[in-house]
Design a protein around this ligand. Structure first.
Ligand code: FE2
Length: 411
């Protein structure tokens, strides 16, 4: 199968791509079609590696308003709404909602998802459901599962054992939530426990780290130090890090050296943290998004996640990563021409590093033929005009397509 005239990752030169046995067999200019070979002319349209959702909570998705709406929009009312919804949680319920959400994501070009799954549940219901779904959906969506202790590891009854159980059940990644632990001592101990659990079981680490507007919340320095000392480096990710928005600059200057040495990844969630943070401020209100621009300038890997899709903590979301990038660029003031043009990296190549996909990902000969084609000539236009993903191929097989809507002014 031959795809002609692709604009690969905003390249000014159009190239052709031959796909054989589910892999990129050849990528070059002007490839001659073999006799009888199927040819698809992309006519200069944008071809990107598939989109990656690097931070989402699929176990809570699609539950907004059920049984009650979060009227204040705060994190805390969200927790109250969820505790009412949690009573109805069953494996069938989780699987039905996640199946719908994954199809919404796939239709928007997502092929890889890292989902955090709440394990502060003595029955580990959602974890069991997600582990089954990871297998059932693997031909269409690669799902990475984080054992996520929503209510803490030290601060929740039997929290350590639930984390161990989740890892034994097959979680891919170990989580933590240091800013939610009762004390600073618990916070540090929970991180040491989680990172050592990951190291012992050869798992990745992804910590909900300092998701609070408290400038004294400093889980991040512990995460980075342990990643460095245990030589886990880029197997470790710090998600949210919204407190970093409020840290004083002298501290950040010192911290940046450690962050670079540690080689850890960052995930920022601009939709949800713009919505949830700054809620205890009057005016001025903090934006509550971590320092993406400064981290990126230092060469530190940052990706963007949706975090919540239509649930008690975020009332919108349709699985489309475009809105995440759009908000992220605004709120971090990364609106220069190159910033906008290259911003697809936040939901593709950067996210692939976070998910540790290695050479299973990317547009290169010999790698799996997984890619998306957008109805645009480059990513600047794709973002600006909210272009659909015309086709999404995974391992050489088409798994989603779209027909662009035609909007015409009648004058
Ligand atoms: Fe999260």
């Amino acid at each position: 199968m031959l795809f002609k005239n692709a604009c690969i990752e905003n390249s000014s030169v159009l190239r052709d791509i031959r796909v054989e046995d589910g892999k990129f067999a050849k990528i070059a200019e002007n490839i001659e079609a073999n006799p009888g070979e199927e040819v698809i002319d992309l006519g200069g349209k944008l071809l990107l590696p598939p989109f990656i959702e690097s931070h989402v909570h699929l176990d809570t998705c699609l539950t907004a308003g059920d049984p009650v709406w979060n009227m204040s929009g705060t994190l805390f009312e969200g927790i109250e709404c969820w505790s009412k919804r949690k009573d109805k949680l069953s494996k069938a319920d989780v699987k039905e909602r996640v199946n719908r959400a994954v199809r919404m994501q796939a239709a928007n070009g997502v092929q890889f998802v890292r989902t955090h799954v709440d394990v502060t549940d003595p029955k580990l219901t959602a974890m069991e459901a997600l582990i089954e779904l990871r297998e059932e959906l693997k031909d269409f969506m690669e799902i990475q599962i984080v054992a996520f202790p929503q209510e803490g590891i030290l601060s929740y009854p039997n929290g350590k054992q639930l984390m161990i159980d989740a890892v034994n059940m097959g979680a891919d990644v170990v989580g933590a939530i240091p800013h939610f632990e009762f004390t600073r001592e618990y916070s540090v101990e929970s991180l040491n426990f989680a990172i050592e659990l990951a190291a012992k079981n050869d798992k990745l680490v992804d910590v909900h780290c300092d998701e609070i507007d408290d400038e004294a919340s400093r889980g991040l320095e512990t995460v980075a130090t342990r990643a460095l000392e245990l030589e886990l480096f880029d197997k470790v990710t710090a998600s949210h890090t919204t407190a970093m928005h409020s840290y004083n600059n002298a501290y950040v200057n010192r911290l940046m050296r450690l962050l670079k040495m540690s080689k850890i990844n960052f995930v920022s969630n601009p939709l949800v943290n713009t919505h949830l943070q700054g809620r205890v401020d009057t005016y001025p209100k903090r934006r509550g998004v971590t320092r993406v621009k400064e981290l990126t300038a230092e060469g530190i890997n940052v990706s963007f996640g949706h975090d919540d899709i239509f649930d008690p903590w975020y009332p919108l979301g349709n699985g489309n990563m475009r809105d995440v990038v759009f908000m992220g660029l605004h709120v971090t003031q990364m609106m220069g021409y190159d910033d906008i043009m290259n911003s697809y990296n936040f939901i593709t190549n950067n996210a692939a590093r976070t998910l540790y996909l290695g050479d299973r990902y990317g547009i290169a000969e010999g790698r799996p033929a997984s890619f998306v084609v957008m109805d645009a000539k480059n990513y600047y236009d794709a973002l600006n005009y909210n272009s659909p993903v015309l086709m999404s191929y995974k391992n050489g097989k088409k798994i989603a397509e779209a027909t662009p809507a035609v909007r015409t002014a009648l004058f």
